[in-house]
Design a protein around this ligand. Structure first.
Ligand code: FAD
Ligand code: FES
Length: 362
């Protein structure tokens, strides 16, 4: 039977059908509930259960610790109501990026290959309303005949053309369409913005940026916005990919580093096929070896879930507080299938390797 859930922070109530999570129902009702992965892995939907009972589906320790659960916190994307409830999402210590949810009609303006499997898609917004967002956020993008998918904006918020970097996922419905069929002039629907892994401009300490594969998209927006805003603290940027053919925009970022002496940019190859002058190994190994450079930082992580989860665990283990880690893991529809274990993803329970950056995966 459906339960009524009062979402105190939005001042609205939703009816949640059996089997739906509170986040599902809120999004369907058009409420801009903070979220990112929708899979119990990132913590963006962390909320206080003010009243009532919920069943929590499995989630990672990074997204919600046992202590937080004991203190009455839940994840809206994992919470199945078991009674009428009242819930409120947690407000960040810094101003939340609260932009109105917009639905925009766009047209493909430009398409080009960034690597053998990543396309850059530039969209022109029809009408005169640009998308208002904060650097690092993402949108739900619907290409003709495809299911909607999340893609992160790679452009700065003050630019009018929207830029996305879309990696072809084997067997993927939308990314295969983008790789093979999308054409200049095609109509595209964009809804957003979403996500809380956005640039905190008030932060004045060092910044660590770690991107894997097309995870470069949101961090490009973050980095360009930070530099344009005159942020002068040390920024350490690691771009992890498998091999040289997966590297893109490296000369652009190298040039930025030449022109901004607070920026240090490193490409890390996890599986180089030939000799290379670049750093090699897992990004997390390189980070661990250079720890003195990045301790005390605020971190922005984006890309394949195994890399993002391993980097998050490493940072937590080195004492970086969870609220200084802003992580956007690019979960796919398969990752959202209910998991059967609440074990945290960590290098210790690794079973396979990430197809993008060769990082161990849980
Ligand atoms: C916050 C966020 C931001 C993102 N930003 C970007 C970005 O900037 N760039 C980018 O390239 N990607 C990004 N992604 C990932 C993107 O949203 C898509 O998930 C990705 O493009 C794959 O979509 P698809 O339709 O091609 O694949 P899907 O059709 O979703 O399939 C993905 C994979 O899962 C398999 N699969 C599908 N369904 C099942 C199932 N039921 N059981 C088992 N396996 C299944 C498929 O065979 C395939 O291998 C982001 C994701 C998130 C959550
Ligand atoms: S959106 Fe709920 S944990 Fe990521």
């Amino acid at each position: 039977m459906p339960y009524d859930v009062q979402i105190a922070t939005a001042g609205k109530a939703v009816s949640v059908e059996n089997g739906d999570t509170i986040l599902d129902a809120a999004i369907m009702a058009g409420i801009a509930y903070p979220h990112s992965c929708r899979a119990g892995r990132c913590g963006a939907c962390k909320s206080r259960l003010v009243e009532g009972e919920v069943e929590l589906l499995p989630h990672t320790r990074f997204s919600l610790t046992e202590e937080e659960r004991d203190a009455g916190l839940v994840l809206a994307c994992r919470a199945l109501p078991r009674s009428n409830c009242t819930i409120s999402w947690l407000k960040n210590d810094e101003a939340l990026a609260t932009h109105p949810l917009q639905q925009l009609h766009c047209v493909v303006d430009e398409l080009d290959d960034l690597t053998h499997d990543i396309k850059r898609v530039r969209l022109r917004v029809e009408g005169d309303l640009p998308l208002a967002f904060t650097a690092g956020q993402y949108a739900q993008v619907t290409f003709p005949g495809c299911p909607p998918r999340e893609y992160s904006m790679a452009n700065r918020p003050d630019e009018s053309v929207l830029e996305f970097h879309i990696r072809h996922v084997s067997g993927g419905a939308t990314s295969a369409h983008v790789a093979r069929e999308l054409a200049v002039g095609d109509p595209v629907r964009v809804e957003g913005p979403f996500g809380d892994s956005y640039l905190r401009e008030a932060h004045s300490g060092p910044i660590l940026i770690v991107a894997g594969g097309s995870g470069l998209a949101p961090v490009k927006s973050i980095l360009e916005t930070a530099l344009a805003a005159g942020m002068r603290q040390p920024i350490h940027f690691y771009f992890g990919v498998r091999d040289e053919r997966d590297v893109y925009l490296a000369s652009y970022f190298q040039e930025l580093a030449v022109n901004h002496d607070n920026l240090q940019f490193d490409v890390v190859l996890s599986a180089p096929s030939g000799t290379t002058e670049r750093s090699t190994g897992l990004v997390t190994e390189v980070l661990a070896a250079q720890w003195d450079r990045v301790s005390g930082c605020r971190a922005y992580l984006a890309g394949p879930p195994p890399m993002v989860e391993a980097a998050s665990e490493l940072l937590l283990a080195h004492g970086i507080p969870a609220d200084s880690i802003h992580a956007d893991a690019f979960y796919t529809s398969a990752d959202r299938e209910p998991t059967t274990t609440a074990e945290p993803a960590s290098p210790d329970n690794a079973k396979s390797a990430c197809s993008c950056c060769h990082t161990a995966s849980s």
